[in-house]
Ligand binder design. Structure first.
Ligand code: IVH
Length: 705
């Protein structure tokens, strides 16, 4: 083997890297390692020595451990030994593949059960049966059967669209290719591909003896790496297993309960975990969790918690989902592994909204199978509360898989000279004042868009998937375009193509920017000159305005002009109508409203919005997607009093699904007030304002229930 690539010249000590430099280097490493992997796996022609290759991977892993928030979707650590994803076709899931909300304590689980009861409006005596299942630590997949025959399988991907791994799945012994007995014409089953611990150890052992350079870090990585191989023969040689546990699309009802559904899965020939248990209620479910927690190390496969699912399917359906997780299930995670290490220094990073986030630089230590050398410290109050000081020995853990956290300080080991943390009053990136308003947890840089950290982070957010979703404009490229002065603000992205034509050093002549990829980028940008209002709002990066809030705003104000005018009016008078209307939107409280208003008070933000809008061809007004034709879509509804047929939460959720706007208070803009029993002042106000008042029954018949 010979080395062809000059390796890591000018390598900066990881402790000295700024987040920006780290992001750039991670991007470079991902690309470089992928290139060597391709040479090795696809062309069977290694382009680099083993030692150099290992050094690249180690450097990548160390930077990722130091900057866990920068771990890339295409990170080499997530793709151990596997070929890159670009070779797989894409499959749109007929029903989205949801993820699960997490519970960490018994109390969290009780709360989950309480939420379910409240949502369903259950009487005290009524029990909610739950199915408890081991949470298998593998990767989830969707399997499609037509007339009982396995026709297609996909990874979860982003939940909406996954990778076509049909050929690879066919190589797994546990997967039935033909189902036995009568089966619905269309049946989509979801499950987890995993690797038995013994198989994993044997496989790694064999790789070691064969002199293979990539050992897998754990069974989960091994399963993921093995399934996502472009060559199904490689997958076939890997010992993969499969459990099935959920339903996707189905052409006819197959059971009334999850428990019966699992029994049907078994009868058709699917592998269902034999530890699943039907529990009469929360106490039963928690007992299962604690018992299996004790046995965990003895199980033949890794589990990272227990999943609880409401047994009745009709209840599951009524409960529905919030953003990307079902209300009818939750994952009760096992506590994370904890270890002690030395905290060398408390450093500060600056994010998209100017938030100064302290983080700890640690003596590297292995926790949960990964070497960690940094940990988030969240905010100053947290540091003060836990009295964390440079020089302390601290207990750390990795929460929910990735981000390392400091749990506590070991005070007995504190050196005499350790001094309490003093927060910075100056932004470490731009030197502007950094202030922390009374009562707030977060210190912020006042530099706004003059602070480069904020500009780049905002641009990255702007082009990201949920926002403008500009393909080819990921972190690395945004950073490059920013650093070379081509883009300073969002609107510049849309001027890029024109400027490039006149540039003396056009992009396509820069390393890593071929004429073809540049052309593709311009096309991707052009395609986004038409954008939906909700994406536009989200892309602005206003503090606390995430996907759900952006959608609420779009749904209420419908067009950019209406929204912008209203926000400006709300910003200028925090007691006026516009403000009251904004804060009356269900789920938008005064704190979010204040952030939106503050954004519009800044002249440079208003200019940026106007500048961007000018660059676009069209900002599409919000069209309620759920049921555009629903009789209540676009209407503003207020619920008051006690409803008998369903809880208030369920009523609101249903109304929103049908495209209605749910408000918390009555105004002249309210279309309907739905009055339950003992309705009070809102009903009176509705009468005064002449707003249409509906009884619960009238409401149900209006929405066709
Ligand atoms: S149910 C809508 N059941 O956990 C419900 N998931 O954190 C879909 N998982 O993406 C998931 N064991 O990869 C379910 N018995 C089980 C599971 C399980 C493992 C994984 C699955 C899912 C993730 C959510």
């Amino acid at each position: 083997m010979k080395t062809t690539a000059p390796l890591m010249t000018n390598q900066i000590d990881i402790d000295q890297l700024t987040p920006l430099e780290a992001a750039v280097e991670l991007a470079r490493l991902a690309e470089e390692i992928a290139r060597h992997d391709r040479a090795y796996y696809q062309s069977d022609a290694p382009s680099i020595s083993d030692a150099d290759y290992d050094a690249l991977r180690q450097r990548n892993a160390a930077i990722e451990a130091a900057f866990p928030e920068l771990v890339r979707a295409d990170s080499p650590t997530r793709r151990v030994g596997a070929t890159p994803a670009e070779g797989f076709g894409k499959i749109r899931h007929a029903r989205p593949m949801l993820s699960l909300d997490n519970a960490f304590t018994d109390a969290d689980v009780e709360e989950f059960a309480g939420r379910v009861r409240r949502f369903l409006g259950l009487a005290d005596g009524e029990t909610v049966a739950l199915v408890a299942e081991p949470k298998i630590d593998g990767l989830s997949i969707s399997l499609r059967y037509e007339k009982g025959r396995f026709v297609q399988g996909a990874t979860r991907g982003d939940g909406t669209e996954g990778e076509d791994v049909t050929a690879n799945l066919r190589t797994i012994n546990d997967l039935p290719r033909q189902l036995s007995g009568p089966v619905p014409d269309v049946l989509e089953v979801r499950g987890e591909v995993y690797m038995l611990r013994a198989d994993f150890l044997a496989m790694n052992e064999a790789r070691k003896t064969q002199g293979d350079k990539t050992l897998f870090a754990n069974p989960r990585n091994a399963a993921a790496g093995s399934l996502r191989q472009l060559d199904p023969d490689i997958t076939a040689s890997r010992p993969l297993s499969l459990f099935c546990y959920a339903l996707g699309e189905v052409s006819e009802p197959i059971a009334d309960t999850h428990w019966d559904f699992l029994a049907r899965l078994r009868s058709w020939g699917f592998k269902v975990n034999d530890r699943v248990r039907l529990c009469g209620g929360v106490d039963d479910a928690l007992a299962f969790y604690h018992a299996i927690g004790e046995e965990r190390a003895l199980l033949p496969y890794d589990i990272d918690g227990v999943v609880y699912k409401v047994n009745r399917f009709d209840w599951q359906e009524r409960l529905g989902q919030v953003s990307r997780s079902p209300r009818w299930a939750t994952a009760h995670k096992f506590p994370a592994e904890q270890v002690q290490t030395l905290l060398h220094e408390i450093a500060i990073s600056v994010g998209r909204t100017g938030a100064l986030t302290p983080y700890a630089i640690l003596e590297p230590v292995t926790v949960g199978g990964v070497v960690v050398s940094r940990a988030t410290l969240h905010n100053e109050d947290e540091i003060v509360r836990k009295d964390i000081r440079a020089g302390d020995t601290v207990i750390i853990q990795r929460a929910g898989d990735v981000i390392p956290q400091i749990v506590a300080v070991v005070e007995a080991k504190r050196p005499a000279e350790a001094r309490p943390f003093v927060p910075p009053e100056i932004c470490p990136v731009c030197g502007s004042h950094a202030v922390k308003p009374e009562g707030e947890a977060i210190r912020r840089c006042t530099g706004g868009l003059t602070c480069d950290a904020q500009r780049v982070e905002r641009l990255i957010h702007f082009a990201s998937r949920g926002a403008f979703d500009i393909e080819g404009l990921g972190e690395k490229n945004v950073e490059f375009l920013f650093r070379t002065g081509r883009i300073r603000g969002p609107a510049d992205i849309f001027r890029l193509e024109g400027q490039e034509e006149q540039s003396l050093l056009p992009l396509r002549t820069q390393p890593g920017w071929g004429a073809k990829s540049t052309q593709k980028l311009f096309e991707a940008i052009r395609a986004r000159r038409v954008i939906s209002l909700e994406r536009f709002i989200l892309a602005l990066g206003i503090r606390q305005v995430g996907e759900a809030t952006a959608r609420l705003l779009a749904r209420h104000y419908l067009s950019l002009d209406a929204w912008r005018d209203a926000m400006l009016a709300a910003a200028q008078n925090r007691e006026g109508d516009a403000w009251l209307q904004l804060t009356a939107i269900d789920q938008i409280g005064p704190a979010v409203a204040t952030d939106i208003a503050d954004f519009f008070l800044e002249e440079h933000n208003r200019q940026a919005v106007a500048d961007l809008a000018r660059q676009l061809e069209r900002i599409e007004d919000f069209v309620p997607t759920a049921k555009a034709a629903s009789p209540v879509s676009g209407k503003t509804v207020v619920f008051t009093g006690t409803l008998t047929g369903m809880s208030r939460d369920e009523a609101k959720a249903r109304a929103q699904e049908l495209g209605a706007k749910v408000a918390g208070s009555v105004s002249a803009k309210t279309d309907y007030v739905v009055a339950g029993q003992d309705a009070g002042s809102k009903l009176t106000k509705a009468r005064d304002l002449g707003v249409a008042i509906l009884s619960e029954e009238e409401w149900l018949s209006l929405i066709g229930r």
